[in-house]
Design a protein around this ligand. Structure first.
Ligand code: NAD
Ligand code: ZN
Ligand code: ZN
Length: 476
């Protein structure tokens, strides 16, 4: 039995952490690593001694790996395959490199040796896992992560379920589907407390409340990062896609990406702000509505149509109202229309009604239409409702292409603007507004075990507000 050199002992591990170190065994196992390394070379067979436990292995190899890279291991004796991630990698002068690999789901039987359960079960956590593309989500035990040097380990308090999680789980977006690796943990509206800081992280003692959204990391160097548009960084990596997301008891987040969350905000209130809140804030600012100098009253005299009153839309209604705009709220559900009215929408329109277009146009057509519905028909309605020189903000992401007549666009001089989540600086502004009581999420707190039901209800448009998964002990 050998001890593996793991990332340096963290100062803030939770109580009992030392007991988590599971039994480690040095073996000679014929293991094949499947895939290609960072230089595009095939890995081939690992011949040296492999030090293993139920959660992963320390291996020697010639190939060059990258932190966080996912690799597939195959045991040549048993033929069994398991998906791993590279937790750390060190280059060696002699051309032999060492890497720490971690199973995403504990695989105590992978090596063909016995690990007594008490030596490895402590290193597990509960999570909502999707084992394969398009497959169901499952509440399962997975390997509890350890932070990379620049990361924090966060104990998740709450994670919102965004419609984008549904798109990703269903494989609606080809580009994302190509970037996924399985098993996957989705969830990108995460709030929790820091329990461990990676060796290179400064300024965290443990216990801090932080949140993370769609962006797992940005490069800070590309032209867009330098222009202040880190939300569309050329090298951005996405939570739940490039790295496991927040539908879990614990998540690793980049310390640089984490945004502090005020203690006064309940977790289920704060979590949806990390995608839904941030996204509509950025979209409205992109459309010229929420001025940087002063948000309140910055859109007095403007008419804004918000089409789609789900997690995003209900927050957009409040922000547009805060800016002083007159809001026309549009959805296909009476319940959501009523919610929008209670949040200050001056007018509500049922998109199913035959004269919905006339109703949205009203006596003066909207200056801005923000589409937060995942439906092409919502865009058709929005585009035709706008006044001349109006703005259409593209936020909701239906599978279909959006279309319009060129002449209609030319004659109206409308602008169509895209909008992708937001920046960390904007996230701080959103949290400030919420902490000041100016922005409130309508939430439905659910247990992670209910995830498939939540997703199905979201698909049918039955969730009023945001479903938020609550991890940890059940709240009374
Ligand atoms: P949600 O399921 O909470 O809400 C969608 C709402 O749209 C529901 O209230 C539903 O009743 C309504 N709706 C459906 N069809 C409609 C129609 N034809 N007309 C009017 N309303 C209709 O979803 P959400 O989490 O708020 O996300 C909405 C969309 O925004 C999704 O496509 C999501 O992927 C996307 N999104 C985009 C970004 C971005 O950065 N651009 C960020 C987050 C989410
Ligand atoms: Zn960048
Ligand atoms: Zn989202």
């Amino acid at each position: 039995v050998t001890e593996t050199p793991h990332s340096p002992g963290p100062a803030h591990e939770p109580a009992g952490a030392e007991k988590r170190r599971s039994q480690r065994i040095a073996l000679r196992v014929p293991v094949v690593v499947i895939g290609t390394d960072v230089n595009g070379k095939a890995f081939g067979e690992l011949t040296g001694t492999v030090i293993v436990n139920a959660h992963g292995a320390l291996v020697e190899l010639k190939a060059v790996l990258a932190d966080n890279q996912r690799v597939l291991l195959r045991n040549r004796l048993t033929g069994q395959r398991e998906s791993c991630r590279v937790v750390w990698f060190r280059r060696d002068e002699s051309g032999m490199n060492r890497a720490g690999l971690e199973f995403l789901i504990p695989a105590p039987h992978f090596w063909g040796v016995e690990f007594p359960p008490e030596t490895w079960k402590l290193e597990q956590m509960s999570a909502v896992v999707q084992r394969e593309a398009g497959g169901p989500l499952e509440f399962a035990k997975v390997t509890r992560p350890r932070p990379l040097p620049e990361e924090l380990l966060v104990r998740v308090e709450a994670c919102g379920v965004c419609h984008s999680d549904l798109h990703v789980a269903r494989g609606d977006w080809p580009e994302v589907a190509g970037a996924m690796s399985y098993p996957a943990i989705l969830g990108h509206e995460v709030v929790g407390r820091v329990v461990e800081a990676g060796a290179a992280v400064k300024g965290y003692r443990g216990g801090e409340r932080v949140g993370v959204g769609w962006l797992y990391s940005t490069c800070g160097r590309c032209e867009l990062c330098r222009e202040g548009a880190e939300n569309i960084c050329l090298k951005r990596q996405v939570t739940g896609i490039a790295a496991p997301g927040g539908f879990a008891e614990f998540i690793r987040v980049r310390a640089a990406t984490a945004v502090p969350v005020p203690d006064s905000l309940p977790a289920e209130q704060a979590a949806p702000l990390f995608c839904a809140g941030l996204t509509v804030f950025h979209a409205l600012r992109n459309a010229g509505l929420l001025s940087q100098a002063k948000i309140e009253g910055s859109a007095a005299g403007q008419r804004v149509a918000v089409i789609g009153l789900g997690g995003l839309g209900l927050l957009a209604v409040q922000l547009a109202r805060l800016a002083g705009a007159e809001v026309c709220a549009v959805d296909v559900s009476d319940l959501k229309l009523a919610l929008a009215r209670s949040l200050g929408a001056a007018q509500t329109v049922d998109a199913r009604s035959p004269d919905a277009l006339q109703q949205i146009r009203g006596s003066s057509r909207p200056h801005l239409a923000v589409v937060t519905a995942p439906a092409k028909s919502a865009y058709d309605l929005a585009f035709r409702a706008l006044r001349r020189r109006g703005t259409l903000a593209v936020v909701g992401l239906p599978k279909e292409d959006l279309t319009f007549f060129a002449d209609d666009l030319a004659v109206s001089e409308c602008r169509i603007i895209g909008s992708a989540v937001g920046t960390r600086a904007e996230m701080r502004e959103v949290l400030e507004l919420a902490a000041a009581g100016k922005l409130r999420c309508e939430t439905q707190v659910c247990r992670p075990e209910e995830i498939n039901n939540v997703i199905a209800r979201m698909e049918r448009g039955e969730i009023a507000g945001r479903a938020v998964l609550r991890f940890g002990p059940a709240t009374p």
